[in-house]
Each structure stands twice: as C-alpha cells, then as structure tokens.
Design a binder for this molecule. Sequence first.
Ligand code: AMP
Length: 440
Amino acid sequence: MPTANPFYTMPFRNLGLDTKILRAVQDAGYTEPTPIQTAAIPPILAGHDLIGIAQTGTGKTAAFALPILTRLMAPSVLLRRRGTRVLVIAPTRELVLQIDENMRAYAKQLPLAVATVFGGVGEQPQIRALRAATDIVIACPGRLLDLMGRRCADFSALQYLVLDEADRMLDMGFLPDIRRIVQQLPKQRQTLMFCATLSREIETLTHEFQRSPKMIQIGRRSNPAETVTQLVYEVPKHLKPALLLHLLRDPQMDMVLVFSRMKHSADRIARNLESKGIKTAALHSNRSQNQRLKALKDFKSGAVRVLVATDIAARGIDVDGISHVVNYDFPMHSEDYVHRIGRTGRAHAVGDAISFVTPEDRDELRTVERFIGRGIVRKRAEGFNYSAAAPPGQLVEAERRFPQGQNHGRPQRPAHPFSPHRPGQAGHHQRSGPPRRWRR
Ligand code: AMP
C-alpha cells in the first residue's frame, strides 16, 4: 500500500545492493532506507559524482557506504583488487570513528579492510595500514596530509573519494589541506560530497573536485528533524545548574546530551552533576583522545546517563537512542542549533531538544526561530523554584558588564533576571516593557 512519503515505499532490496550488504543492513536493524539513501544509492551505483545536502542524522553514511561497497564487490573489481580504493575525509576524529564503525558493520561479510587516520594518537599503526594499502581509508585532513607528505600513502589506485560534512570542514579551515590532498589523487575517480547546507564555497568545491555531479537535497537546509520536539525554558543564568538537576529528576531523561559553549563550563557542569550522584562524562577538545573515546563508549553503553559536550567535540556524535538534547548554553549560530538537536531523533527515532534561554540569549533565540522557520514553544518547569536569588558573584558580574559610567547617570541596580532594564542598559532600550513573548 502506498505510504504518505514516496521515499519509504522502496525497500532496500530494490536498490541494487549486494546481497551480503543487504544482510548486514538487516543485521543493523534497518528495515527501510531513509530518504537520502533512497535518493543517493541508485546514482552512486550508476557511477555518478554526487553532492548530497541533508541534515544531520539522516543516514548519510549508509547512503554513500552501501553503494560504494557494492561496487567494490563487483567480480571484475574484486579480481583487480589492489591498493586503497576508497578515501573518506571527515572533519573530526569522532566522525571518522563513527564512519569507521558503520563501514565495518556494513562490510562485515566482505573481504575488505578498513583503516582510520587522525591526529592525537600514535601514527605508526596508521602508517602501517596506509603502507599495506588498506581497501578503505577514513581520515581527518590534517594527519592524512602529513602522512601523504612523508610518502606513507599510495592512492594511485583510488576510485572513490568521499568528503563528508564538507561545509564543516570549510568552517574549520581545512580547505587548503583538502585541496593539497585532492591534487595528489587520481583524476579518474568518483567523488561524493555531503554537507548540511549548500553555500557558494561548496559550489566552488563542486566545480573543482567533481564532474557533472547529481545533486540531492533532502528536506529544507535549515529544517531540524521532524521527529524532534523542541522546547525553550527561560531561565536566568544563575539558575541553570538547578534547572538541569530539576529536569533530570524525570526518569525519561535516560540518555542526555548536554551542550555547553566552553570547555571549562562543560567540566563544571559534569562535576556538578556527578556530585549530585548523576553519572556524567565530559567531551571536549582539552580531553585526551582516550578520555574522549571512553566518554563516548560509556555514554553509548549507558554507563553514564549524561554526556556534556562542546559543539566541535560533539560533531558527528552518532549514538542511537539519545532521549534528550539540552542546550545548556544557547548556541551562537543557528546552524549549530540544528546540528545539536539533530543528535536526538536520529533516523526514524523520536527525541526532545530542550534549550535554556537567558535574557542575554533573546536575540539568538529569535535568529534561530527565523532560521528554522517556526517559533519554539516556551515552557515553565513544573515545581521549580524560579525565585531563588542570584548569588553575589552574579551581581558583581552584572556590574562589571554594565559599569556605572555607561549608565547615563542612572543609579546602578540589580535587575529582575528577565527585565530588559538591566543595569546600564535602560537608556539603550527602545521598548518600555519586557517583550511580549517574555511576559507571563
Ligand atoms: P548518519 O546520518 O549516517 O550519521 O546516521 C544516523 C543514524 O541512523 C545512525 O545511527 C545509523 O546507524 C542510523 N541509520 C542509518 N540508516 C538507517 C536506516 N535505514 N534505518 C534506521 N536507522 C538508520
């Protein structure tokens, strides 16, 4: 019977994939392809270059991995088997490891070897894997370029290049490295590029690296997954720790990813939760590779209930079953908001995204709402004491930010946390009362 979404009517077995790969997909528990898989697999199998624009958590990895593995299993290709045929480049170690994990799961019945290359760990095993011309290499650009410069890698037999999260790699300043890597690859290859948004820079890359690529766009670029329920809790800054603890009394919040803007506050949040008996780990770039891997492993296994992460470190976190994403600090960029909340509600599952919004975050919240094209429901935490006073340190902070001299001669006074008449700001405000949305 036809379903509302035509993408879901095509079963995996009709997509032309290798039977062993179909079995692996079944073992992974996938019953039907996601829209990007339905759209991307046939053109990749047909040998086209492709640019895939899809929001995070849509099943992008399988969308490129399954058809590439199928093509590698063609008898004529198997006979000619030699050297590294597939290179996947991704921005972060976490993402590389996740692609590696997925790739190994899909290729588990195939005679293909997979290796990863990224910084922050010993290079000898990576050099050995590159020298052994492992079939599939998944790499971060920095370490890969370093090892290529030292002639540790031979990509002369390369057939497939995948640039995953290409937009993020550009944001992170990897473009020069990527250009240098691609210049050293065979021109005769299939190039697949994936990104969350299409920008002019990405279009330039497309012209540089691809030949007549097919373009696939799934959903609006700023659309968070429909399976995620979004909520905003308005809260003054000093009450955020208490509000988080209060919300975590709900046993349904059993696998919670908390986002903090700064590394040190990620540590502070984690310490605070641990001190209250909530198993928590922190994930950010000041932690060693081993600490980061352990944090992710413990989160995945359920050994810790809460993972506190910064944006960059959380990039590519692919953990099924995250029940809640909490924006403890509201993101500075709307795209980060979409990426963050995409960590829950992945593939076909559902999830909640909760944002703490302080009076200082109002403008960012409005920008996000414009970006995603809808308002986000404001909620008040039941049973939570909103009237607790700010600790003295917060008043000092307010005074530091809005000193007497900028106050147009008005007396300095602490304000109600949601009043726009914050010390030193009254003269700059156009409106006479709080914005309508913030009134209760
Ligand atoms: P990705 O966008 O590649 O990071 O994938 C997001 C999550 O969706 C991963 O946990 C995948 O294992 C999962 N996934 C990928 N394809 C499917 C599918 N067809 N059905 C269910 N889950 C999937």
